[in-house]
Write a protein that binds this ligand. Structure first.
Ligand SMILES: [Zn+2]
Length: 406
């Protein structure tokens, strides 16, 4: 009998902790009852899982083999996923993937964890195999997430630099309240976003931080006001510009109003309030721009030049004027957020990953990470348990529509 698994090098134990007998009740061929006939032998497969700290547990699945009077050899079926003479179970796999992908523990350390805590000799290579299999199992789930985001009415986008294979890559994120999709690319910009495969057909509201590649897409654009507030604060600090301070207050107050109106069940700001806010917004920006123009003109004369560089404040005020609709859109529809903080939150874990376990040694590792984390982030947003979600993923039981329906 085969007692050892080729892939993991795991060997069967002589005395398992649990034994599950898998009976043969009738003949597959002639359907005669075989309840009373004796098995000619058993075929055993063992599944290893973590037990109490310091020990592992082995469940032996013993499949009966019975010969029918018609000559047919009948063997009981093993449970799904029990395929080798000796193998690690789904809990081991889910734990390994959880530690590696969610807590950024490198393969070798995950191996050490199982060794120390459960006396299980799960090698680093075996952990890598678990992750790769989970990645493959989630291929269709990734498509479900992509489709859902294409149809999303309000989604955010962001990106952050990540090192993979020794060079700078970009982790792009598209997300809404239910779904997250990460995508790792060597490129930052249109090429990457096109291959990410959402924005080309996206017709909803797209929240971003004014990076110009996003404007290439025919979405309804919304600009992150957390960025605007930060930039305005910079102007206040640098130039003690009171108009910038008043603009900050106006933006904050408008958002405060929106939240208030939302709690009483309204879907958008009353138009009289909108008009009033817009009027103040226009006036403040006009005055702020004028002040910068006067300042730049004075500088030009002092320096006796034909032209001076626009001040940072001027550029900001100009932008807020030109992109007024994109800045204030949150007032016209309360499903639109004030800022892009959700996307920034979703992409921040990439920084944590780099801090803890460094860069990806291969681009494949990066793609696996992107897909598995897309699934975990979406599952969490939908109120799913992270470990249970991973457990389903390693058994290939999951996909998102099923999860949502549960
Ligand atoms: Zn038979």
């Amino acid at each position: 009998m085969e007692r050892c698994d080729q892939e993991s090098g795991l060997k069967q134990v002589d005395i398992p902790d649990y034994i599950e007998y898998l009976p043969v009740k009738e003949c597959n061929k002639c359907q005669a009852s075989l309840l009373d006939s004796e098995p000619v032998k058993y075929i055993e497969r063992q599944v290893f899982e973590p037990g109490r700290p310091g020990e592992f547990e082995v469940t032996a699945h013993r499949a009966e083999v019975k010969i029918c009077t018609c000559g047919c050899r009948n063997q009981a079926e093993f449970p799904e996923g029990v395929t080798a003479a000796a193998q690690y179970g789904s809990a081991t796999q889910a734990m390994a993937v959880y530690l590696n992908q969610y807590h950024f523990l490198p393969f070798k350390r995950v191996s050490e964890y199982f060794n120390t805590l459960y006396k299980m000799s799960v090698s680093a290579g075996t952990v890598a195999n678990f992750v790769a299999r989970t990645y493959e199992n989630l291929a269709s789930t990734e498509e479900v997430i992509r489709d859902a985001l294409r149809e999303s009415s309000v989604a955010g986008a962001d990106e952050t630099g990540m090192r993979a294979e020794g060079s700078l890559h970009w982790l792009h994120v598209m997300r809404d309240e239910q779904w997250t999709l990460y995508y790792l690319s060597e490129k930052r910009g249109r090429e990457a976003m096109d291959t990410m495969g959402i924005l080309l057909t996206f017709a909803g509201v797209l929240v971003h931080d004014h990076w110009k590649s996003y404007f290439a897409y025919a979405a309804t654009h919304v600009l992150c006001n957390a960025h605007h507030l930060r930039e305005l604060l910079g102007v206040v600090d640098r130039d003690s510009n009171q108009l910038a301070l008043r603009l900050m207050k106006l933006l904050r107050l408008s958002w405060h109003y929106c939240k208030g109106f939302k709690t009483i069940g309204m879907l958008q700001m009353p138009s009289v309030v909108c008009e009033r806010i817009e009027k103040i917004y226009d006036r403040l920006l006009q005055r702020a721009l004028m002040k910068e123009v006067v300042y730049m003109e004075k500088q030009r004369e002092e320096l006796k030049r034909k032209k001076v560089k626009n001040t940072k404040a001027y550029n900001l005020f100009k932008r807020l004027t030109e992109f007024k609709a994109e800045t204030l859109r949150f007032m016209s529809d309360f499903t639109i957020p004030f800022d892009n903080n959700g996307s920034e939150r979703d992409v921040r874990m990439a920084k944590l990953k780099q801090k803890i376990s460094g860069c990806f040694r291969s681009a494949d590792g990066g793609s696996m990470f992107a897909r598995i984390r897309s699934y975990l982030s979406s599952a969490r947003k939908q109120g799913m348990d992270i470990y249970q979600s991973l457990h389903r993923a390693v058994r290939n039981y999951c996909n998102m529509p099923l999860l949502s329906a549960e």
